[in-house]
Design a protein around this ligand. Sequence first.
Ligand code: OAD
Length: 241
Amino acid sequence: MQADLEMVKALLDGSRKVVVLTGAGTSAESGVPTFRGRDGLWKTHRAEDLARPDSFANNPELVWEFYNWRREMVGKCKPNAAHEALAEMERQIPNFLLITQNVDGLHSLAGNRKVVEMHGSLWRLKCTVCAHVREDRSRLPPVPECPVCGHLLRPGVVWFGEPLVPGVLRLAIEQINSADVFLSVGTSNLVQPAASFYQLAKDHGAVTVEINLEPTVNTGFMDFALHGKAGEILPELVTGF
Ligand code: OAD
């Protein structure tokens, strides 16, 4: 693995444009639970009860209880060495984009500015009726209401069965198509469309790299696979750039 790590480091050092896709494993060392691991969120909470638009329509109290719990838990977490290294990568590589499936906001807290939150954000609130949207990290009432029209607010995240935030997929595809290195970090690659981004990158000539605790369904298709903790591997890739 050391030889591969050195090769990836050299590739990054000489690259024109890097696109990084991150998933829940990137935040694991901050204490944010992943979705599908041993203690993953979807093992203890039934996704269909909590992350679907119709569940929210039927039982907003239950869905808000889950999201208020996640906001409180994630609000105590700090960026880890993986986030810090990706922020450093953005500072070093002029043409850089980070696409995250995470809704915890930790990449921005670490200092990344070029971030696409493809599944939205825990810290965004959207009115279910009018156009009110706001960023808000404060403690919320059990079922928050819109200050403009008085209707229900909902978390600004993408639920199962909902389309991505408008424009996000087009932007991601455009950027991946012109990248020369594509890094996939801390994702099980089980949720589309993110799981197929590596294929787009490959089709357009990028070198593809997976950094994950364990092999994923995509490992065999990547040019390099570095297995271990993102918080240990990523800092090694950006030192001495
Ligand atoms: P998963 O929980 O499916 O996968 C997390 C991956 O991170 C696993 O492959 C772990 O092995 C790996 N991992 C854990 N700790 C790690 C560490 N310290 N360093 C590196 N890797 C580590 O999470 P995602 O792939 O992000 O969507 O899940 C994708 C989407 O599924 C989520 O955005 C969410 C969920 O349903 C929505 O809610 C719309």
